[in-house]
Design a protein around this ligand. Structure first.
Ligand code: NAD
Length: 497
C-alpha cells in the first residue's frame, strides 16, 4: 500500500471532503508508486479560502522584516534538506538529480531574496506641488493569492510565486500540478516548520479542472498566479477577466537558439544539448528550434547528431543519466504525434523519433532525443509547443533572417544567440522578440534575482522573480499629508502665490 497524503487546510493536515484520491507514480518506472494524494473538490477549496482569509488578517499585521525572517528560515531548511528533496523530486517527475538539485537551489535563492526584500519593499516619497504637504506611496498586501503551478519545476515555480506573495503580507492557497504533489507537500511542510502561521498557507491537491478552477473562480481570491500551458492559461484568464482579478500568467514557449557562422561552435553545441534535451525538453525555456546559418549548418548537424546519439536515457537518480523520461503517457503520445506531423510536413528526421520500451526503459515514459532538419518556417513543427525532446532545425542565410524566424511564432519567452560579433549580439538583444535573450549561452538559465517572463502568448505582461514580482503581489497605496492648516486645492492653488 502506498502512503496516503493529505491536504493542509485550516491549520491541519486533513482528508479531502470527496474522500477521493489519485496515484502519484514515478515516470521512469510506473510500478514505483509514490503515494496517493487528495482529489479535492469545491468544499475543500471553500474551507481553504475561508481559513486563508483569517490567516491574511493576522499575517498582514506582521512587520515585513519579520515576515522575511520566516522566509530566511525556509531557505535554511530547504538547504538542509536539498539532497532529500532533489531525490524525491526526481522520483516523481523524472529529471536527473543535477537538475532537481538546481530546482531546489532556485527555491533557496528565492527564499533568501524574499527575506531581504522584507526589509525593503520600497515605496516612493516625492515632493508635493503644494506647500507644507507630503506625498508618498507605499506597498500594501492584497489578500488571498491562488497559486497554480505546473509539473516541470515543482519547487522553483511555487517558490517564485509564494515567497514574494508571503513577504508582501498575503496568504496563499496552493494547488501543485497533479504530477508533482509530493514536492508540493514537502514545501508546505518546510514553510510550516519555518514558523509560517498555519492559516497563511493552504495546500489543496487535486485536478486542475476541479480544484484549480474552484480557486480561480472563488470571489475571495483576488489574486491568481498561474504557470502552465497557454490553453489552460486562456481558461484561467477568461474567468479572472470577468471577475476583475489580478492575474499573472506564465505560459508556453517555442524558444530558439541561433548559431551564426562566426560562433564558437563547441560552445554552441554544449548549449543546444543542454537547452533542447535537459528536463527532456519539458521546460518553458527549452530550445525547441535551432536556427543555423548556412555556412556551418551541415557540420554542426553532423556533430550534434553524434553527440545526441551518445546521450544516456534512464532513471534520473542513476549516475550517468543525461535525459529522464517524459512526465506521462499523454506527453509521450503528443511527442509521437508531432514526429508524425514533422514527417508529414517533409522535415527530415536525423536523430531519434521513437519511444524506448525495453529493458530499463520498459516501465517508463521514455522517448529518444529527436532532431528534425529542413524544418520549414511557419510549419506546425516549427510553430507549436511540443514540450518534449524534439528539436527542429531551420537553415537561414544571415542574422536578419535568423531574427525574423525567431520572432515569427506566437510565443516569446527566451532566445539565444551565438556569435562573436559584438554588433550583431547587441542588435539581437534589441530585435529578438522575447522576454529573455541569452548571448553565447543556451535558452535556459534564469537566475532568481532577475525578472522572468515572456512576451506575446507566453505571458500577460507580468514578471516572476527579481524585484518586479513584488509589484504584482502588492497594491500601491498613495498618501498625502497636508500640514499647512488650510485647504490647498491641487492644480488650482498650486500657482496661487
Ligand atoms: P497545465 O496547463 O496542464 O497545468 C498547469 C496547472 O494548471 C496544473 O496545476 C493544473 O492542474 C492546473 N489546471 C489545469 N486546468 C485548469 C483549470 N481549468 N483551471 C485552473 N487550473 C487548471 O501545464 P503543465 O502540463 O503542468 O505544464 C506545462 C506547460 O507549462 C507548458 O506549456 C510550459 O511551457 C508551461 N510552463 C511555462 C512556464 C513559464 O514560466 N512561462 C514555466 C513552466 C511551464
Amino acid at each position: 500500500m502506498s502512503k496516503v497524503f493529505r491536504n493542509f487546510i485550516g491549520g491541519e493536515w486533513v482528508e479531502p471532503s470527496t474522500n477521493d484520491y489519485f496515484d502519484n507514480v514515478n515516470p521512469a518506472d510506473t510500478s514505483d508508486k509514490i503515494g496517493r494524494f487528495p482529489k479535492s473538490g469545491e468544499e475543500d477549496v471553500e474551507r481553504a479560502v475561508a481559513s486563508a482569509t483569517r490567516g491574511f488578517e493576522q499575517w498582514k499585521r506582521v512587520p515585513a522584516p519579520l515576515r522575511g525572517d520566516v522566509l530566511r528560515r525556509v531557505g535554511d531548511l530547504l538547504a538542509a534538506r536539498k539532497e532529500e528533496i532533489a531525490t524525491l523530486m526526481t522520483r516523481e517527475m523524472g529529471k536527473p538529480l543535477a537538475e532537481t538539485r538546481g530546482d531546489v537551489q532556485e527555491g533557496i535563492d528565492t527564499a533568501y531574496y524574499a527575506a531581504v526584500e522584507g526589509r525593503r519593499l520600497f515605496g516612493h516619497t516625492v515632493p508635493s506641488e503644494l506647500r507644507s504637504k507630503w506625498a508618498m506611496s507605499y506597498r500594501r498586501p492584497i489578500g488571498v493569492c491562488g497559486i497554480i503551478t505546473p509539473f516541470n519545476f515543482p519547487m522553483a515555480i511555487p517558490t517564485w510565486k509564494m515567497f514574494p506573495a508571503l513577504v508582501c503580507g498575503n496568504a496563499c492557497v496552493f494547488k501543485p500540478a497533479e504530477d508533482v504533489p509530493h514536492t508540493g507537500h514537502v514545501l508546505v511542510e518546510v514553510m510550516l516548520e519555518a514558523g509560517l502561521p498555519p492559516e497563511v498557507i493552504q495546500l489543496v491537491h487535486g485536478e486542475g479542472e476541479t480544484a484549480g478552477a474552484a480557486i480561480v473562480r472563488h470571489p475571495q481570491v483576488p489574486v491568481i498566479s498561474f504557470t502552465g500551458s497557454t490553453e489552460t492559461g486562456s481558461k484561467v484568464g477568461e474567468i479572472c477577466g470577468r471577475m476583475h482579478k489580478r492575474l499573472s500568467l506564465e505560459m508556453g514557449g517555442k524558444n530558439a537558439q541561433i548559431v551564426l557562422d562566426d560562433a564558437d561552435l563547441e560552445l554552441a553545441l554544449d548549449g543546444v544539448l543542454w537547452g533542447a534535451f535537459g528536463t527532456t525538453g519539458q521546460r518553458c525555456t527549452a530550445t525547441s528550434r535551432l536556427i543555423l546559418q548556412r555556412g556551418i549548418h551541415d557540420e554542426f548537424i553532423r556533430t550534434l547528431v553524434d553527440r545526441v546519439e551518445r546521450l544516456t536515457m534512464g532513471d534520473g537518480r542513476q549516475p550517468g543519466t543525461d535525459v529522464g523520461p517524459l512526465i506521462h503517457e499523454d506527453a509521450r503520445l503528443k511527442v509521437e504525434r508531432y514526429v508524425g506531423i514533422g514527417q508529414g510536413e517533409g522535415a527530415e528526421l536525423v536523430a531519434g523519433g521513437s519511444r524506448l520500451t525495453s529493458g530499463a526503459h520498459a516501465n517508463g515514459f521514455f522517448f529518444e532525443p529527436t532532431i528534425f532538419t529542413r524544418v520549414a518556417p511557419m510549419s506546425r513543427l516549427e510553430q507549436e509547443e511540443i514540450f518534449g525532446p524534439v528539436l527542429s532545425v531551420i537553415e537561414v542565410a544571415d542574422a536578419d533572417e535568423a531574427f525574423a524566424v525567431n520572432n515569427d511564432v506566437k510565443y516569446g519567452l527566451s532566445s539565444s544567440l551565438y556569435t562573436r560579433n559584438v554588433e550583431v549580439a547587441f542588435r539581437g538583444m534589441a530585435e529578438l522578440d522575447n522576454g529573455i535573450t541569452y548571448v553565447n549561452a543556451p535558452t535556459i538559465g534564469a537566475e532568481a534575482h532577475l525578472p522572468f517572463g515572456g512576451v506575446k502568448q507566453t505571458g500577460n505582461g507580468h514578471r516572476e522573480g527579481g524585484w518586479e514580482v513584488y509589484e504584482f503581489y502588492s497594491e500601491t497605496k498613495v498618501c498625502y499629508v497636508d500640514y499647512s492648516g488650510s485647504l490647498q486645492r491641487a492644480q488650482i492653488d498650486t500657482y496661487a502665490g
